[in-house]
Design a protein around this ligand. Sequence first.
Ligand SMILES: *[C@@H]1O[C@H](CO)[C@@H](O)[C@H](O)[C@H]1NC(C)=O
Ligand SMILES: *[C@@H]1O[C@H](CO)[C@@H](O)[C@H](O)[C@H]1NC(C)=O
Ligand SMILES: *[C@@H]1O[C@H](CO)[C@@H](O)[C@H](O)[C@H]1NC(C)=O
Ligand SMILES: *[C@@H]1O[C@H](CO)[C@@H](O)[C@H](O)[C@H]1NC(C)=O
Ligand SMILES: *[C@@H]1O[C@H](CO)[C@@H](O)[C@H](O)[C@H]1NC(C)=O
Ligand SMILES: *[C@@H]1O[C@H](CO)[C@@H](O)[C@H](O)[C@H]1NC(C)=O
Ligand SMILES: *[C@@H]1O[C@H](CO)[C@@H](O)[C@H](O)[C@H]1NC(C)=O
Ligand SMILES: *[C@@H]1O[C@H](CO)[C@@H](O)[C@H](O)[C@H]1NC(C)=O
Length: 432
Amino acid sequence: MKFLFLALLYCMVLSPAAAYDPLDPNGNITIKWDIMSWTPDGYVATVTMNNFQMYRHIGTPGWSLGWSWAKKEVIWTMVGAQATEQGDCSKFKGNVPHCCKRNPTVVDLLPGVPYNQQYSNCCKGGVLASWGQDPTASVSAFQVSVGVAGTSNKTVKLPKNFTLLGPGPGYTCGPAKIVPSTVFLTADRRRKTQALMTWNVTCTYSQFLASKNPTCCVSFSSFYNDSIIPCPSCACGCQNKQNCIMSDSKILHRAGINTPRKDNQPLLQCTHHMCPIRVHWHVKLNYKDYWRVKIAITNFNYRMNHTLWTLVAQHPNLNNVTQVFSFDYKPLVPYQSVNDTGMFYGMKFYNDLLMEAGPLGNVQSEVLMQKDKNTFTLKQGWGFPRRVYFNGQECLLPPPDTYPYLPNTAYKHSLAVSKMAAYVLLLLLCAW
Ligand SMILES: *[C@@H]1O[C@H](CO)[C@@H](O)[C@H](O)[C@H]1NC(C)=O
Ligand SMILES: *[C@@H]1O[C@H](CO)[C@@H](O)[C@H](O)[C@H]1NC(C)=O
Ligand SMILES: *[C@@H]1O[C@H](CO)[C@@H](O)[C@H](O)[C@H]1NC(C)=O
Ligand SMILES: *[C@@H]1O[C@H](CO)[C@@H](O)[C@H](O)[C@H]1NC(C)=O
Ligand SMILES: *[C@@H]1O[C@H](CO)[C@@H](O)[C@H](O)[C@H]1NC(C)=O
Ligand SMILES: *[C@@H]1O[C@H](CO)[C@@H](O)[C@H](O)[C@H]1NC(C)=O
Ligand SMILES: *[C@@H]1O[C@H](CO)[C@@H](O)[C@H](O)[C@H]1NC(C)=O
Ligand SMILES: *[C@@H]1O[C@H](CO)[C@@H](O)[C@H](O)[C@H]1NC(C)=O
């Protein structure tokens, strides 16, 4: 029975990630083009990118958005973003376009660009918060003036083949679809205007496309058993093992060790799991009506600070969270009937920055949950999470047959029970 349960759990956890995330079934990034005016040879559009994913943000170095023009369009000007390459504009005399490429790639501007280059919701270095953490920061926008294009809603051709990097691979974008024109409210909220034409593109995330190995792992411990259940070995693949750095290495004091690379290539501290992130779940205390879990996140990447980090956990008792200490918490209810998933994220200006690997590279919190007497148990690994995600990436859990046993379920070991375990047993008996 126990085996069956654990085997089921294991299957659930290791199911290949498709472009569908069971914990955020409606999550997507939507890119909306609103044509605001027609020009003699094209149009001016506002492009708005909304991150509707509950817990997956786009971190530095930010998004880049690409597409293919349907005809021979050019970009005359952009406000609030820029094309990464101008391309061949030699056909143009006098006024030279901003970009003549058939398949432009556009990136956000950095914060602090001159006022006249800014656009509302622009210039955040391509960083988009997740919807669950901060809906007001989950939007990015720019304005593009397109030439050599259709000049009416009958002749304009929608761009094709949208691609989104966020900042790495993982997103797949559908075709642009004409949708009802966006309605805008004027600043005094007394008049409505509307776009001349609107189309939407929806992009969804697949972890499988993002990386073939997990990028984080989970380890467990409990007050009732001394053993720490480590992350699985090579949880995140061991192919980079020769490039990792021992934590006591002298190299660490060299300048530049923490400088992020353009390709975002990590520089990891050597561990047996070789994951950039480890999440530790410790079942800390068992009171009469409550129990307490300690959660710690450790960064093993010397080249990455995580801003806007999120941690998602699925556990049946998250329907009854009484208090979360030193993290912000929000229940996620992907399906109306089950309330077993929640997201944790850092408190602003306190621990919303998970620093690079090293002495400061960790954040931690404790969660107090009220027991439901019918379901609560310390047996069979019930106290441990069913799924864990860091920054929207599913973390590899230890195999279920290694979960800590409750000491009193293993009678044959009872003679060898250490003082510590005996103490714990006592504590347990008292608590029950
Ligand atoms: C994208 O996400 C929004 C918000 O969750 C949802 O309303 C919309 O239906 C989604 N779009 C698609 C195509 O899934
Ligand atoms: C188009 O995208 C916007 C967000 O940018 C969203 O609010 C709107 O619901 C989408 N429209 C459709 C029909 O999907
Ligand atoms: C195009 O514009 C005409 C009016 O000029 C309008 O009737 C029509 O619905 C528009 N079509 C689209 C696809 O927006
Ligand atoms: C879009 O991509 C498809 C397949 O990737 C390709 O066959 C097609 O030529 C592309 N279209 C344009 C306009 O680049
Ligand atoms: C992380 O942030 C700290 C403080 O802002 C900074 O000194 C450090 O260089 C950053 N590290 C990386 C890898 O960006
Ligand atoms: C889900 O559980 C949380 C406590 O963790 C509670 O605050 C929230 O009201 C619950 N939501 C639903 C829909 O039951
Ligand atoms: C939390 O647990 C208590 C005690 O079992 C129960 O009365 C209450 O309904 C639970 N709350 C939720 C949201 O499940
Ligand atoms: C603790 O759990 C491990 C399984 O992970 C088990 O091998 C060990 O016997 C347990 N220790 C005690 C004291 O029960």
